[in-house]
Design a protein around this ligand. Structure first.
Ligand SMILES: Cc1cc2nc3c(=O)[nH]c(=O)nc-3n(C[C@H](O)[C@H](O)[C@H](O)COP(=O)(O)OP(=O)(O)OC[C@H]3O[C@@H](n4cnc5c(N)ncnc54)[C@H](O)[C@@H]3O)c2cc1C
Length: 442
């Protein structure tokens, strides 16, 4: 079976998280013919976790991991940096769903946080790792309702949270924009590009990382062969961790089941001392909108503010300059609404990044063809779900049983999508409707 990669990772704007870091050391692209015991496609959250776990479990095996770009350049380094422990269903109006399913997802998410915490501490990865939870902020009646339902859902699950008044929210964020809020203590925040780059730099010695090596073609067989412009990698076992780009592999049953989406981030320049004083509030916090279609905001200790909003349907897994320009003005508007006391602060960086969702929140986890393992599709929660999917796919492939693996294997498989053009029309109109309803939450 031959898989063609027609849609390759693109540049998709300038990602602030990546650009404010010092330049990375020179990369090692794939050259010539390389043989390995395992090959992992995609050095994002799932791929790096899979390669690391395989290496931990099989210290004598040769493991290769390959990415089209530098580590940290893709979605893994483009996200808002929330390692979310609680349910976070982007398709629901308040993130929660079925209680027993929610409890299991919490266990998976916490398993991911525990694994990542251990790696970050052991290797002293500098990524602004903060275990201070997340805020939820509501502005409109719909947001307030969503917050209320989320709080009820957490009470039923026995999960701790603290309700916050408009005044409490202002004391933390500096703005009187939010009418109510909540603090949920279990989330961790990170500088995503710094975390992922740190993960790439501290892989075990039996992992070879090939960057800037777009894979154009995969011959699935015995062994599998991944072909790039200047080399090829052969291995009897392949782990797919290539996010929404997997949607083009129709022979593996992904087409018609994955939803390749984009969401977008912007980072301001650092606020001056005077601007920080005008804003007030705490020096660092992270806020998720009560309405999933609203705006995520983070204030960083270096004085920058990050804004994230807008979802688009991107079957070609890339975005355009004109879309990025439109998104930038949406971000600037969202910023001005929240921070009218900072009239001269512009977005310094704006970028987009790929998400892989499914209609039912299902995941194509497991062995999907002989010797081909999938850790694809994190349903928008890659920092936790990608990490645990990568770790568990390694354990699954090596026959190591655990309770978390059972939970992963119990997750529903992705539901089939309606055919195009109905799918595109349906997704785009639903997004437009939800965005309109989000009102000022955006
Ligand atoms: C703006 C934004 C904000 C977000 N905020 C959050 C958040 O706060 N918390 C959270 O948990 N998630 C968040 N996400 C989602 C999260 O980033 C993704 O779910 C996560 O990155 C997916 O992880 P992954 O390992 O599956 O894929 P990725 O991290 O995308 O890794 C896949 C890798 O595969 C590589 N690849 C693909 N095709 C090829 C090829 N042909 N050849 C070689 N390499 C290839 C890509 O270059 C990429 O590096 C956000 C995403 C965006 C864009």
């Amino acid at each position: 079976m031959q898989l063609k990669c027609r849609f390759l990772p693109q540049n998709d704007g300038r990602c602030g998280w990546y650009e404010i870091l010092p330049p990375p050391p020179v990369s090692t692209p794939l050259r010539g013919e390389v043989k390995a015991d395992w090959v992992v496609l995609g050095a994002g959250l799932a791929g790096l976790a899979a390669a690391r776990r395989l290496a931990e479990l099989q210290p004598n095996a040769a493991i290769a991991i390959v990415d089209a770009k530098r580590v940290g350049f893709g979605a893994a380094g483009r996200n808002s940096g929330f390692m979310v422990d609680l349910p976070h269903d982007l398709n629901s109006h308040n993130y929660t769903g079925d209680q027993s399913a929610d409890r299991k997802l919490i266990r998976l998410n916490r398993g991911a946080i525990a694994y990542m915490r251990e790696i970050v501490q052991r290797h002293a990865i500098e990524c602004d790792w903060r275990e201070r939870g997340k805020l939820h902020g509501a502005v409109e009646a719909r947001g307030l309702k969503a917050l209320e339902t989320f709080a009820k859902g957490l009470s039923v699950l026995g999960e701790p949270y603290r309700e916050l008044s408009a005044r409490d929210m202002q004391a933390i964020t500096g703005t009187d924009f939010y009418r109510a809020g909540m603090h949920a203590p279990g989330a961790v925040t990170v500088q995503p590009a710094a975390l992922v780059r740190g993960l790439g730099a501290t892989l075990p010695a039996n992992v070879r990382l090939y960057e800037e090596s777009p894979v154009h073609k995969i011959d699935v067989g015995k062994p599998h062969t991944l072909v790039t412009n200047k080399g090829q990698l052969t291995s009897p076992r392949l782990v797919l961790a290539n996010n929404a780009y997997a949607g083009q592999f129709s022979q593996l049953g992904f087409s018609g089941r994955l939803l390749p989406m984009y969401t977008y981030g912007s980072l301001t320049r650092p606020l001056s001392a005077q601007e920080q004083a005008d804003l007030g509030g705490e020096e660092s916090w992270g806020l998720i909108p009560a309405d999933p279609m609203g705006t995520t905001v983070r204030r960083m200790r270096d004085g920058r503010i990050c804004i994230r909003n807008v979802f688009t349907y991107n079957p070609c897994v890339s975005t355009s300059k004109s879309r990025l320009a439109r998104v930038r003005s949406v971000h600037q508007r969202s910023f001005k609404r929240r921070f009218p006391m900072l009239p001269n602060v512009e977005m310094e960086y704006t970028w987009g990044g790929a998400l892989c969702l499914t209609r039912n929140g299902g995941v194509p986890f497991g062995e999907i063809a002989p010797g081909v393992f999938s850790a694809v599709c994190q349903n928008g929660l890659g920092l936790t779900r990608g990490t645990i999917a990568g770790k568990l796919i390694a354990e699954y492939a090596l026959g190591i049983e655990s309770e978390l693996l059972d939970i992963m294997l119990e997750q529903p498989k992705p539901a089939a999508n309606p055919p195009e053009p109905f799918l595109g029309l349906g997704v785009r109109s639903t997004l437009a409707w939800k965005e309109w309803h989000a009102g000022k939450e955006l």
